[in-house]
Ligand binder design. Structure first.
Ligand SMILES: [Zn+2]
Length: 311
């Protein structure tokens, strides 16, 4: 990260875990921490936990002699970055919650507020696999699937902040029901949760992880081959649409599925090339920042806020 903007603290709030980072005045991440979200306690308790996590990060930064001058918070779901509101985060129980205002009031610091996947994309673009790319997509494949778009060097959120919902592109009309209410979305076949669920349905064996399904596919287990292949093909359909529309420099795949490395990326690359016979296929690579992308991205947003002299 670039030096000179002052130390910051940042949080990536997920449905299961809250990940935090302390970045010092030189821009170096110097501490990280994780806490359970325990979303079942309700929306107010989760926000209270987020604020206490921020308190703890600030105390750690102070002990290092680098008190933070700003904070960054990244959250999932529908996010209004302009007003600092979590419009809807189903897995946190949040609906129309003015997170930035509550955090600024609590901390007495300027707070940058953003979408978790877009924050992760920002981090990959400056510190990870999207370096030196003017236009790329960061696509974490985990419980859900989304894309953070960087177009001509700028993060693109869309007119209403809803851009990048790659997971809800319909690739199998009338197909599997999706959590969004539609059918046949990329996410309904290609997400980690879809792979585990569909393998359970196809094989009658529940509790298999995506890595189990991949390993069983390699060994020739027929339900595993089918579910794994359909997952790769559905994501390739989505990525081919993205490529045809935007002609990106690079596709950066993150999330739990990318941890399988070339075992996942190589068939995805082949399937993508089959779908784009009329044009060169953009390089498809693994993300570099792992599960730190969201918190590092939130820290970058906070540092940008300081560099801009506040809002
Ligand atoms: Zn959907």
């Amino acid at each position: 990260m670039t030096p000179g903007a002052g130390g910051v603290i940042a949080l990536d709030v997920g449905g299961t875990r809250i990940k935090g980072v302390v970045v010092d005045g030189r821009g170096e991440p110097v501490e990280s921490a994780q806490w359970p979200t325990r979303a079942e306690r309700g929306p107010d308790a989760v926000l209270d936990t987020v604020l206490r996590c921020a308190d703890e990060l600030r105390a750690r930064a102070r002990r290092r002699g680098s008190p933070p001058r700003a904070a960054g918070i990244a959250v999932p779901g529908l996010v209004d970055e302009t007003s600092g509101t979590s419009v809807l985060a189903a897995n946190l129980g949040w609906r129309r919650l003015p997170v930035r205002g509550r955090a600024e009031e609590h901390l007495g610091l300027p707070v940058a507020f953003g979408h978790d996947v877009r924050a992760g994309g920002l981090a990959e673009s400056r510190l990870g696999a999207g370096r030196d790319c003017a236009s790329f997509a960061f696509v974490p494949v985990g419980t859900g699937i989304a894309a953070a778009l960087l177009l001509d060097g700028r993060p693109f959120a869309g007119a209403r902040g809803f851009a990048g919902e790659l997971g809800h592109l319909v690739v199998r009309p009338g197909g599997e029901p999706c959590v969004c209410g539609n059918r046949g979305c990329v996410e309904a076949l290609a997400s980690a949760s879809a792979i585990a669920r569909r393998y359970g349905e196809a094989s009658g064996r529940t509790g298999a992880s995506t890595e189990d399904v991949r390993a069983r596919a390699v060994s020739g287990d027929r339900p595993a081959v089918r579910v794994w292949t359909e997952a790769v093909e559905a994501l390739a359909d989505g990525l081919a649409g993205l490529t045809a529309l935007l002609d990106l420099d690079r596709l950066v795949i993150g999330g739990g599925l990318a941890l399988a490395g070339e075992a996942y990326l190589a068939p995805l690359r082949t399937a993508l090339a089959e779908r784009l016979p009329f044009r060169p296929v953009p390089p498809l690579v693994a993300a570099e920042l792992g599960d730190r992308a969201g918190s590092l991205g939130a820290a970058l947003l906070a540092r940008d806020l300081l560099a801009d002299g506040g809002r």
